[in-house]
Design a protein around this ligand. Sequence first.
Ligand SMILES: [Cu+2]
Length: 122
Amino acid sequence: MILAVLVSGCTTQTTGTTTTPSATTVSAGGELKEFDMMASNWQFDPSTITVDKGDTVRLRITSTDVKHGFALPDFNVSKDLNPGETVTVEFVADKAGEFTFFCNVFCGEGHSGMKGKLVVVG
Ligand SMILES: [Cu+2]
């Protein structure tokens, strides 16, 4: 039965009309916390971000010099930051603690020290 519905649905619909779920889901009790962040040799500014557990965190990150990266493995975030381009990163801070984010694109001698901290207050 289900297969029949899917097949008939396909034949009657034109291609390219797939619907996508709404992009932003703020979990119950959480707020949307937005930050503008600059990346440059060899730091993030601000380098410490504090939010509450359950918040949806939106970072707008801009590299002001060379190509950098933004990696926050605890929340499955990894983005390339091309110079002059603002990249938006969004995730739900669903666990409390202190988490390190760092540059994951080699950018010179200070690369390994280019990191910051996300503090999620539980
Ligand atoms: Cu780097």
